[in-house]
Design a protein around this ligand. Structure first.
Ligand SMILES: Nc1ncnc2c1ncn2[C@@H]1O[C@H](COP(=O)(O)OP(=O)(O)O)[C@@H](O)[C@H]1O
Ligand SMILES: [Mg+2]
Length: 625
């Protein structure tokens, strides 16, 4: 079950759904997904009926064509032996009945009209069922994903995850609204077609079946082998594409080291390996095609020859041979199509496996609907860490926090400083309950954090990170992100307090200006102030600022700093800061290094300690500036 990934011409990772062995378990998994069809089961079964009807109706066509030929040259066939399957009821025998040419053309058009209705209904109904059930599945899957704990997201590459999900779901959708229909139609066609063939002439049917399946099996086996080989050539081509991409994205290195000829050699070598593989494949493909031409047409000739001989001995009419050949073509074509379907089924099983896995996981207990919960306990803002130890779930062996102790009183400012990698952001993550601590406890107003509901706790905190991401939508919507009920006045008030009013009013659309991926690009400082307005509107008891001003130029830093001072007033604030000048006034400065608290105190106290880490950090920044 090797994972296959290759690069497409843009050099992007292209993942095709993995194939999975067809087993009892994997089939069972897949069938479980059919619960999504339940709400639409009437339509689903109707569409299955239409598939059967349309397959049956299609098969009437060759029958009528044959009759037409016989109508043109009647009486060729004499002394018809009593046929095996002739539906001779009520004096009507489909086999011997003679219609006039005009009756037949009428019947043909009748058949085509009915066929039109059946085909339309089958496509329409099945697509509707497929789309609707897929939408339900997408919604559930998105809900599962968005409520996964943070550890889930740090273990997987999010881009890969979302693209895989969409690929997997497309595969499933394909299976429901296309492959399934094709499969059923194939089965019906096979059964009906074979019945007709035997009905026309058992003898000729047996002759045909002694040659055609052999050819079909060889074709399928050959075909699979050729596809595998073609894939190898594709992979090699992708490798050479990589060389091109690599050299041009690092062109300055190539030129500086005069490595053009080396790269040329590398590229040529890779290109020629593609040529070798392709030529090797051509031998195979050529053999395949010529074999197929020989055997397919050989088989047709053989069956026709046998049939023609039967016409000579009046065992068969011309029209019947025509029917027979067309039916055989239908059956043969269907049979060949099954190979594709089989590989498609394997891919679908792989896709459903991953989707099922995700649907089965337990997310965090977050609220996914419009419910608003009133916190059972309104947090005042006292926070305490008691001997908190933690390592990330993805790197269990490295303990990031090795027993953190700290206490902050209601409404106080606590600054976390220390070298990068010390564990400051990790402390913020634990506060927000992105992760659970390994041991020790975190207390809010003296109550252990695990006594709170997750949403209850998070709804009383606000977080301003270093890099603020705005979502697609208006500035207004982005400010109201933490408080959907806010009025326009409240939003504007928050923007004013966040020093954001001025730049927002400069946009022609003001608060309605669209930001995010497809909207106006805001500067780091502007985004920061929107995030602050967001936090002001949320009016949290506890505020967490993680390097909120670190990446700003000094002018916007001042505006942001001012807004932050306003925001922090009267709330417990955790300020993680890189520039120590911004935390001078904190009630308490906690110096963290290597996962433990090294020093605690006010700026004045800490700066006194000659050998202290804080003093060293301050001096380093001073030198550096
Ligand atoms: N999601 C994560 N998974 C595994 N290790 C992490 C993760 N985030 C941070 N770390 C590691 O934890 C340590 C502390 O990181 P962090 O708390 O971000 O430091 P700081 O914010 O003080 O610079 C670092 O060694 C970092 O490599
Ligand atoms: Mg950090």
């Amino acid at each position: 079950m090797a994972k296959r990934s290759s690069y497409n011409s843009n050099g992007k990772l292209d993942k095709e759904p993995e194939k999975v062995k067809i087993s009892k378990e994997s089939l069972k998994e897949t069938l479980l997904l059919f619960t999504y069809l339940k709400p639409y089961k009437t339509k689903f079964f109707l569409s299955l009926i239409f598939i059967a009807l349309s397959a049956f109706s299609t098969m009437i066509f060759p029958l009528l064509l044959g009759k037409m030929i016989d109508a043109a040259a009647p009486g060729v066939k004499v002394n018809l032996p009593q046929s095996q399957m002739s539906g001779g009821f009520g004096g009507f025998d489909l086999k011997t009945v003679q219609w006039s040419l005009n009756t037949i053309i009428l019947l043909l058009f009748l058949q085509l009209t009915v066929q039109m209705v059946f085909s339309f209904m089958r496509i329409y109904l099945l697509t509707e069922v497929g789309e609707r059930s897929l939408a339900d599945m997408r919604k559930d899957l998105y809900g599962k994903l968005i409520s996964q704990p943070m550890s889930f997201f740090s273990e997987q590459r999010v881009g890969e995850l979302s693209s895989r999900i969409s690929n997997d779901l497309s595969q499933i959708q394909d299976a429901i609204s296309f492959t399934l229909a094709e499969f059923l139609r194939g089965i019906f066609t096979l059964v009906i077609g074979l019945s007709f063939i035997f009905w026309i002439s058992t003898e000729l049917a047996l002759v045909m079946l002694s040659v055609v399946p052999m050819v079909a099996i060889v074709a399928v086996v050959f075909g699979m082998r050729i596809r595998k080989m073609a894939r190898k050539a594709q992979d090699q081509l992708a490798d050479s594409g990589n060389i091109v991409q690599e050299t041009f994205s690092g062109i300055s290195v190539v030129k500086a080291f005069t490595a053009e000829s080396n790269e040329m050699k590398r590229y040529t070598k890779s290109i020629f390996s593609v040529v070798d593989t392709a030529i090797g494949n051509a031998r195979y493909r050529g053999a395949f095609v010529s074999f197929m031409i020989f055997s397919v047409f050989g088989a047709i000739s053989f069956v026709m020859w046998y049939g023609a001989k039967m016409i000579q001995t009046s065992e068969l009419s011309t029209g019947e041979l025509t029917m027979f050949v067309i039916f055989s073509a239908f059956v043969g074509g269907t049979f060949a199509g099954f190979a594709d379907m089989f590989s498609n089924l394997q891919k679908t099983l792989g896709a459903t496996q991953r989707v099922r896995e995700l649907l089965r996981t337990e997310g965090e207990p977050v609220i996914l609907d419009d419910r608003i919960i009133k916190p059972a306990h309104i947090i005042k803002g006292e926070v305490e860490f008691k001997d908190v130890k933690f390592s990330y779930p993805s790197r269990k062996d490295i303990q990031v926090l090795k027993g953190i102790n700290l206490k902050v009183k209601e409404g106080e400012q606590i600054a976390l400083v220390g070298p990068s990698g010390a564990g400051k952001s990790t402390i913020a993550s634990l506060l927000l309950k992105f992760y659970d601590q390994e041991s020790g406890s975190i207390l809010f107003d003296g109550i252990p954090s695990h006594d709170f509901q997750l949403t209850e706790l998070r709804s009383q905190m606000a977080f301003v990170p270093q890099d603020v991401i705005l979502f697609g939508g208006s500035i207004k919507e982005n400010i109201a992100y933490g408080n959907q009920e806010a009025s326009d006045e409240q939003i504007e008030e928050a923007a004013r307090k966040a020093n954001a009013q001025e730049f927002i009013s400069k946009f022609p659309e003001g608060f309605e200006t669209i930001v995010g991926e497809r909207g106006v690009k805001l500067s780091g400082g502007q985004r920061q102030r929107i995030a602050i307005a967001r936090a002001i509107l949320k009016n949290p008891a506890i505020l967490i600022l993680d390097e909120a001003t670190s990446s700003l130029d000094s002018e916007s830093e001042q505006l942001v700093q001012e807004a932050l001072e306003r925001l922090m007033k009267g709330r417990t604030s955790f300020v993680i800061a890189h520039r120590l000048s911004t935390v001078r006034n904190a009630n308490q400065i906690v110096v963290i290094d290597k996962g433990i608290v090294q020093e605690t105190g006010t700026h004045e106290a800490l700066i006194q300690s000659e050998s202290g880490l804080y003093k060293r950090l301050v001096e380093m920044q001073f030198d550096w500036k």
